[in-house]
Design a protein around this ligand. Structure first.
Ligand code: PXP
Length: 245
């Protein structure tokens, strides 16, 4: 069965909207991660961005101490964050492109264009027993470069598939691109994950086409559903306190 990694960045985004500058506040992404694990998630993904806009250093340290599944640290390939990863020792890192103005990760990594820097980081991580995944678009040149880099995993950027999901022709074209990329990557010996924009509507369509994806990393739709499915309980709990005061 394909594994599920839950990306908890959005929990931290909500916390930072109220408690920026403080070291704690609600909702706590670490508590959220523990709930995800109890519910059966196979891993927890967190992106420690250079600007620390959501996940903080404290969060990744506490995640490392407290979670019992796998920690997937999403990160830019910069000296500061590489040093943090080597010290933290997540089970796996996922290198992503990072642009300061973007709302979320837009587009995959240009592995071909920065192969030597990526290969250096793969070597450092391998010495520290940390696996490496590269977040790429399902494009042959990038898949081939990933296979040369020394990484063991790639994660296909499914943003374009998600974006074009409602148009049958474009959805089919994106699925074909992903399926052909999957075959090429497996032939090159890579393990293939996928993520970005996956939700309750599109996930089964993707898996029916590519059942052997190793892991899906999903954040926004799961955290969004948690708000709607948990809202009634939250209101009831508050009403109970008001009534009994
Ligand atoms: N995988 C990677 C590499 C990402 O950057 C993101 C977004 O942070 C995700 C998966 C999850 O995307 P979404 O929040 O759209 O589910």
């Amino acid at each position: 069965m394909t594994k599920l990694g839950v990306n908890i960045d959005h929990v931290a985004t909500l916390r930072q909207a109220r408690y920026r500058g403080l070291q704690s506040g609600e909702p706590d992404p670490v508590e959220a991660a523990l709930i995800c694990e109890t519910a059966g998630a196979h891993g927890i993904t967190a992106h420690l961005r250079e600007d620390r806009r959501h996940i903080l250093d404290r969060d990744v340290r506490m995640l490392r101490e407290r979670i019992t599944t796998r920690l997937n640290l999403e990160m830019a390939n910069t000296p500061e964050i590489v040093a943090i990863a080597l010290d933290l020792k997540p089970e796996i890192i996922c290198l992503v492109p990072e642009r300061r103005q973007e709302l979320t990760t837009e587009g995959g990594l240009d592995v071909r264009g920065s192969l030597s820097d990526i290969a250096t980081t793969c070597g450092l991580m391998s010495e520290a027993d940390i696996e490496v995944s590269l977040f790429i678009d399902p494009v042959p040149a990038q898949i081939e470069a990933a296979a040369e880099s020394g990484c063991g995993f790639i994660e296909f950027h499914t943003g374009s598939f998600a974006e074009h999901f409602s148009d049958a022709d474009q959805r089919e074209a994106e699925l074909t691109r992903l399926a052909e990329g999957f075959t090429l990557a497996r032939q090159a010996g890579l393990t293939v994950n996928a993520g970005h924009g996956l939700n309750y509507e599109n996930v089964a369509v993707l898996l029916n086409r590519i059942p052997d994806l190793h892991e899906l990393n999903i954040g926004h739709s799961i955290i969004s559903r948690a708000i709607t499915s948990g809202l009634a309980r939250a209101v009831e709990d508050m009403l109970a306190l008001i009534r009994s005061a």
